[in-house]
Ligand binder design. Structure first.
Ligand SMILES: Nc1ncnc2c1ncn2[C@@H]1O[C@H](COP(=O)(O)OP(=O)(O)OP(=O)(O)O)[C@@H](O)[C@H]1O
Ligand SMILES: [Mg+2]
Length: 294
């Protein structure tokens, strides 16, 4: 598996710092370059009649912010270099998600790493708007990390699937990671238990689960041998009211280290929207999530 550059988007928040620790884990194993990136958000005054003295004041603040942020990001780079990483910095000015997308495109970035939330985090908000927008539009996988995620380690990887063809890319990524880290992979399908399913007989439910299990087994059997390389892969089927809640519950109970999933499932049609299961899993998962574009 090759990850040439890991783009670490940093707004100086604890969340994004936590994300860097996961970025480091991957970079170390895969020999990736870490690009420490920050976007300076400056107020847009172009449509305002602002007096000269006020303009000067704002410019002075901007200069100070730029110096402070440059210092911060350069210091992190120095720390990374000292730890033996290949590291670089990038600083842009503008709207964070737009700039993150631009750099991800202009450099050989194979993974974006960011906090699930950032500096503005209100207690109730589970997913920051920058992260949400990057997830919607980015062309490479994105690793989102919540602050309370444990010590970075990749031993157990969870790959949820609703049998969409697009899930192949996520499984591929998970297998690559598993090969690098000697991790185990669990393929999980959640049966969405509709209200009307209350009347499904116990025996029929069992048969449905068997069918899903068979399907998962056939997906596993189709993985080429050179990718299997001794990786332990198991399958699991659960019934839950919503797919995302089943995935999150499984991740919590089994203490999986990381979830790798497709941004869109079977139902996801519009190109620029994040599938609802992916979004809810990212918001609620106890562990980091790698969202892989279909
Ligand atoms: N200016 C920025 N430069 C670089 N990365 C950023 C910047 N702002 C946000 N990020 C990245 O996005 C992650 C989530 O931050 P985000 O801005 O989405 O959430 P927030 O600050 O909590 O909420 P808000 O949507 O109100 O800004 C951060 O952890 C960081 O990785
Ligand atoms: Mg923010």
């Amino acid at each position: 598996m090759q990850i040439r550059e890991i783009l670490w988007a940093s707004d100086g928040s604890n969340e994004s710092r936590g994300a860097l620790r996961w970025g480091e884990l991957l970079a170390k194993r895969l020999g990736s370059k870490v690009v420490a990136f920050t976007v300076l958000e400056t107020p847009n005054l172009s449509n305002l009649a602002v007096a000269e003295d006020l303009k000067r004041e704002l410019t002075a603040i901007e200069t100070k912010t730029r110096q402070r942020e440059t210092k911060r990001i350069e210091r992190i780079k120095e720390l990374l270099l000292r730890k033996g990483f290949n590291a670089e910095t990038e600083i842009a000015t503008g709207i964070p998600h737009e700039e993150i997308l631009k750099v991800a495109q202009s450099r050989p970035v194979d993974l974006v790493v960011m906090g699930r939330r950032g500096l503005n985090a209100w207690a109730r908000m589970l997913l920051g708007s920058t992260t949400a927008k990057v997830l919607r539009e980015v062309h490479v996988p994105v690793l989102t990390v919540r602050q309370s995620a444990g010590k970075p380690t990749v031993k157990d990887i969870l790959v949820p699937t609703d049998f969409a063809r697009s899930d192949a890319a996520a499984l591929d990524w998970a297998m690559g990671l598993a090969g690098e880290f000697g991790a185990a992979v669990t393929l999980l399908h959640i049966f969405e238990a509709h209200k009307s399913w209350d009347s499904v007989k116990g025996g029929s439910m069992g048969r449905l689960r068997d069918a899903a299990t068979k399907k998962l087994q056939s997906i596993i059997a189709a993985i080429p041998n050179e990718k299997r390389k001794g990786i332990v892969i198991t399958e699991n089927v659960k019934v839950f009211p919503r797919p995302w809640s089943g995935i999150v519950d499984f991740a919590r109970k089994r203490k999986v280290d990381i979830i790798v999933m497709s941004t869109h499932g079977r139902k996801g049609v519009p190109r620029f929207f994040l599938g609802s299961a992916a979004e809810s899993v990212i918001k609620n998962a106890p562990c980091p999530v790698i969202a892989v574009k279909r």
